[in-house]
Design a protein around this ligand. Structure first.
Ligand SMILES: Cc1ncc(COP(=O)(O)O)c(C=O)c1O
Length: 370
């Protein structure tokens, strides 16, 4: 029986425009929602077959073959999940209560899901802290997020395999945001190689992939768990039958096989990021005129850009920026507002002109009020 720890609280996520509307007003369509990390361009869905809605899904064999082709891995090692979130939530339930090392900064559903399954969660601040936890035999399992959301930190393949070699139990590698890099050549970021762990898979790894982010299909709820680990097969048994909708199967199969669109999407994201970064810098200096460029840093990660501030300034500066933008109906995602590790994340906007226009309007109104 699934053993649920009732003391866990629900986590706030980006995309929560209802919260923005409640607090700041504006109509839903006035808001520019930059609070998620989902691509603003979705794979073009066209479902003409009525059976998709009327009939139960068939076996997901075709979907798995398409996924195995896309991830370049043997199809026997791949299972489909309703979003990678479902794997994040259910996998901890398949292990008897133990200890798990989870990144302190990163997608908080990992820690919450292990806690929900009555494991002891040990939060690490850096890779060296993770190694310390492993060397001192404090952690049985480990979670890494590569690239990390929101810090954009990348772990190179050698480090991933060094960690795996020291994890006595399972190593979960969340690669929800890796697709942008996997589609690029050379696959390098800030001097670090970035490559999916499926290329050097070890028996204790479970790699999680998502169709939500790069393909812009978060609403489809489709993801994959990959690995030789027996818990991957167990998770598949738990999810059978029909946990992947018929529409997800068909759309996912087509999107994963659409190499031409994937290359175009990679270029679109790359070019838009290049065009957005100077706008983001202008936006920051516009809103926070007292802030020096040396006092903040923008970490750019394809589908999102995260602003962090000199720790000595404390979180108030980012709270102010988040608030000022919300007053102009631009919704961003604020992390850790209560301490000096605050971060502000901006997803990639589809329309840069709208943002520039709001910047101009704001410039005018601040000049008028002088
Ligand atoms: C790092 C990370 N992993 C996994 C997920 C879950 O994504 P999905 O369930 O849509 O695959 C998210 C969602 O925001 C995320 O940020």
């Amino acid at each position: 029986m699934i053993n649920i720890n009732k003391n866990t609280t629900a986590i706030q996520h980006g995309g929560n425009l209802e919260t923005a509307i409640k607090k700041y007003g504006f109509d839903k369509d006035q808001w520019i929602d930059l609070s998620t990390g989902i691509s603003p361009w979705s794979w073009p869905v066209q479902v003409s077959d009525e059976d998709v809605w009327r009939k139960l899904p068939p076996s997901n064999e075709e979907l798995i073959i398409a996924a195995a082709g896309y991830y370049r891995i043997d199809h026997n090692k791949v299972i489909a999940t309703p979003g990678s979130q479902m794997a994040i939530r259910l996998l901890p339930q398949l292990f008897k209560p133990s200890t798990v090392a989870v990144p302190a900064l990163g997608y908080q559903e990992h820690a919450a899901s292990w806690q929900l399954a009555n494991h002891t969660v040990l939060r690490y601040q850096s890779t060296s802290e993770l190694f310390d936890l492993l060397k001192s035999h404090q952690a049985e399992h480990a979670v890494v997020i590569n690239p990390n959301n929101p810090s954009c930190e990348i772990l190179d393949p050698k480090t991933i395999n060094n960690i795996a070699a020291q994890v006595p139990g399972a190593m979960i590698i969340d690669e929800a945001f890796i697709d942008f890099y996997e589609n690029s050549s050379p696959t390098e970021k800030d001097g670090a190689m970035i490559q999916s762990a499926v290329k050097n898979l070890t028996n204790n790894m479970i790699v999680l992939r998502s169709i939500g982010k790069f393909f812009g299909l978060a609403g489809l709820r489709l993801g994959f768990a990959i690995g030789d680990h027996p818990k991957v097969a167990q998770l598949n048994t738990l999810l059978q039958p029909w946990s992947i909708s018929h529409a997800s199967m068909i759309i996912g199969t087509q999107a994963l096989a659409d190499n031409v669109w994937q290359q175009q999407q990679h270029l679109r994201i790359k070019n838009q990021t290049k065009a957005f970064l100077p706008i983001l810098t202008a936006l920051i200096s516009n809103e926070l005129s007292n802030l020096d460029q040396k006092e903040y840093e923008v970490k750019s990660c394809g589908l999102f850009n995260t602003v962090l501030i000199d720790k000595s300034l404390g979180p108030d500066v980012l709270i102010e920026l988040h608030h000022k933008l919300a007053q102009q109906a631009i919704w961003t995602r604020l992390f850790n507002p209560n301490d000096d590790t605050a971060w502000l994340r901006f997803s990639l906007p589809a329309d840069l002109h709208v943002i520039e226009q709001r910047l101009k309007q704001n410039n005018l109104s601040s000049q008028e009020s002088k």
